[in-house]
Design a protein around this ligand. Structure first.
Ligand SMILES: Nc1nc2c(ncn2[C@@H]2O[C@H](COP(=O)(O)OP(=O)(O)O)[C@@H](O)[C@H]2O)c(=O)[nH]1
Ligand SMILES: [Mg+2]
Length: 680
């Protein structure tokens, strides 16, 4: 039965490094709630959550999966997020649909790369957070040491909700009990610490408590969600999902204490765009007009395109209609689906707070706001990192180009960290992702779903051009061909802008020197150059141009004349403005056995790279965070393989652009000129 009230819904995402036991933990929760009648395993490919062929084959989660069950009068929606660093895009998309991020840590592996990343990402997405220390049955687990490391890393708000007891065979609840026996730690002390931090979040209760009043259990219970949403409390649970230890206790706590959609404000929805945009007030109230957000686009082998929707306000039925973004076109819901792993079940109505899926609505994109009121509504979803690991792809069979670009854009719609684009300068189709494993999985998906195969090779580096000083430019275009001529004259100025500003076009014209109707033509001429570059053929960024003056001719002035004048005036200015070539710098997370640390550091410094930090992980593994110019690490997979004998892995994302060192710049410009001459 779908929930009737927002207060009866809990939306949680299980986040954490791959192998922490998230998928099995969901399996255990579903089993305990009676939602399934068998307890699947990842190895046999029989879990509810790892349901795709790719996941069964690789035995780990690649895409987020969703399931729900009812417990203690509440409907609990769970998203199981993939944990390997390469699939961070899927994990981040899950954050857009839920109220609480549950970070799962393996007791045998400790804090790992994705643990940290996703804890931070959940915080940035303003979610309530909880931590689960799972696999407490593992032989090598050192729980007191791990608990210390977790509080040191994630802060004092982390408070134990329970403690293992009976040699890890069960857990003792430290919120409702103020005494009891545990394997380590002290139940009474843990209870007091937890209770006090819940009280701290509520001023009124705090005063009463300091005044010596006893705070009753149900009052504490109802303050818990507030303490979680304000970040005062990050409850920590011990579990062994596979052994069903602590699972019922975790589920009880989710139902009783975790925030409901009515307790949180979910992102900001704006009416209109730009400066005139106004924040829309949203209430998790089923009786108000519909406002919903698509937070992820998925594909189902039977249903086709599935949009995962979070209902923020109002309700959704099959006959509901809505518009998206600022579009006029009214769309019909059709079928409201609840997802249970691989299965979809149709329901009649879903209310505010619930997560559902809509089938086959091609217009919906991730992040879109679906709304019943006419007008424009925009929202945002947690931002994904910019992918920088790229491959150029060419079809194995000739004639597949069109189908491949269609398939790639489908895949990109479903994963914000996967980008496919055609590079017009190099005539290559380039795909970018978070790492080698990510792109290999995407190509496997393409082969499986669309029956399309490609060859891959290293792509060209996406350099950019910019300027470093202000300069003026001028051009007078005058041509007399037979009867009518062409005339246009433009003065302009270029100025460098801060990183990330892109390109800005402005004008400060006086009087009628240039009739305003020619401005779009001038802008077009300038933008042609911005797209194709001046010094080495790369797009320009981080600069602005201001049109300052010019001349026109009552008969001979034409758009084409001003387009040409704009183009050459801009080139004139850029050539005087100390143009530079910028190169992408990437942030990398490199995970290798620690004995290779020295080799990796040495190799990186030879590639103009630098190490930002390192973390020792259990099992003699070190995780190195580093920065390097992309051009030096485009083939890092083979470099890493040769240094570590295939035992390392890494991911990369865009950090920023830096000027290319002078000697390298000259080389690139010379190469570009040579290529241009060959073309001629
Ligand atoms: N010792 C132990 N192993 C577990 C437990 N839960 C899961 N595992 C194993 O850990 C591995 C990874 O589990 P999985 O659920 O796929 O992790 P995920 O990547 O976080 O989804 C599998 O081999 C599981 O059998 C547990 O409670 N204790
Ligand atoms: Mg998993």
């Amino acid at each position: 039965m779908p929930a009737k009230k927002p207060q009866d819904i809990r939306n949680i995402a299980l986040l954490g490094h791959g192998g922490a036991g998230k998928t099995i933990l969901v399996e255990a929760m579903l089993h305990a709630a009676g939602a399934t009648n068998r307890f699947g395993t990842v190895e046999d490919g029989t879990t509810v959550m790892d349901h795709t062929d790719l996941e069964k084959e690789t035995t780990h989660s690649v895409d987020p999966a969703m399931a729900h069950f009812d417990h203690a009068g509440k409907t609990i929606n769970i998203i199981d997020a993939p944990g390997y660093p390469d699939f961070i895009g899927g994990a981040i998309s899950a954050l857009g649909g839920v109220d609480t991020g549950v970070i799962v840590v393996s007791a045998s592996s400790g804090i790992e790369v994705s643990t940290r990343k996703l804890f931070t990402a959940a915080g940035q997405a303003a979610l309530a957070r909880a931590i689960v220390v799972n696999k407490i049955d593992a032989e090598n687990a050192d729980l007191p040491a791990l608990l210390k490391a977790i509080t040191e890393t994630f802060g004092q708000a982390v408070k134990c909700m329970n403690l293992p007891s009976d040699g890890g065979k069960k857990v003792v609840d430290c919120f409702s009990n103020d005494s009891g026996s545990s394997d380590f730690g002290d139940v009474a002390e843990t209870h007091t610490q937890l209770v006090e931090s819940v009280i701290e979040a509520d001023e009124e209760m705090m005063e009463a408590y300091l005044g010596g009043e006893e705070i009753l259990a149900d009052k504490l219970g109802s303050a818990f969600a507030g303490a979680m949403t304000s970040g005062t409390v990050i409850p920590l649970f011990f579990t062994a999902g596979r052994e069903q230890v602590g699972v019922a206790e975790l589920t009880d706590a989710i139902a009783s204490y975790f925030p409901s959609p009515a307790d949180v404000t979910h992102g900001q929805i704006l009416n209109g765009e730009g400066e005139d945009a106004e924040a829309v007030e949203i209430a998790a109230d089923a009786d108000k007009p519909l406002v919903a957000q698509a937070f992820r686009i998925a594909a189902d082998p039977f249903v086709g395109k599935l949009s995962w929707i979070r209902i923020l306000q109002g309700k959704l039925s099959g006959d509901s209609t809505f518009t998206i973004r600022d579009e006029r076109k009214s769309l019909k819901v059709g079928h409201v689906l609840k997802i249970q792993g691989a299965d979809t079940v149709e329901i009649s109505t879903a209310v505010a707070g619930d997560i559902v899926a809509l089938a086959k609505i091609e217009e919906i994109r991730a992040g879109d706001i679906l709304h019943a009121d006419s007008g424009a509504m925009f929202g945002s979803i947690p931002p994904a990192p910019t992918p920088m690991y790229s491959l150029a792809v060419t079809p194995k069979s000739r004639g597949d180009e069109g189908k491949i670009s269609e398939a790639l854009s489908r895949l990109a719609e479903e994963d914000a960290t996967f980008v496919a684009h055609r590079d017009n300068q190099t005539n290559e189709t380039v795909i970018s992702g978070i790492g080698d494993l990510h792109l290999r999985m995407m190509l496997k998906k393409m082969a499986g779903r669309f029956n399309l195969e490609v060859e891959t090779k290293t792509p060209k580096i996406p350099y950019r051009e910019s300027i470093t000083t202000k300069a003026d430019g001028h051009y007078r275009h005058k041509k007399q061909t037979g009867g009518s001529g062409q005339f246009g004259e433009v003065y302009l100025r270029v100025e460098p802008l801060e990183q990330g500003s892109g390109f800005v076009f402005e004008q400060e014209l006086f009087g009628e020197s240039i009739p305003r109707q020619y401005l779009p033509a001038i802008e077009k001429g300038v933008r042609d150059v911005v797209a194709s570059g001046v010094i080495a053929g790369y797009p320009m960024q981080d600069l602005k141009t201001v049109i300052t003056d010019g001349k026109h001719h009552p008969v001979d002035s034409k758009e084409i004349a001003f387009r040409t004048a704009g183009k050459f005036a801009f080139i004139d200015a850029v050539q005087k403005a100390k143009a530079v070539l910028l190169e992408p710098i990437v942030t990398m997370e490199i995970t290798v056995p620690s004995e290779y640390m020295g080799d990796i550091a040495g190799d990186l410094s030879g590639r103009r790279g630098r190490i930002l930090g390192q973390d020792m992980l259990p099992g003699g593994i070190v995780s190195i965070s580093a920065q390097a110019p992309l051009s030096e690490v485009v083939q890092y997979n083979s470099q890493l393989r040769s240094v570590t004998g295939g035992q390392g892995s890494y991911t990369m994302e865009l950090s920023h652009y830096d000027p290319v060192p002078g000697n390298v710049q000259q080389q690139i410009i010379a190469n570009a000129q040579k290529a241009k001459e060959q073309e001629k």
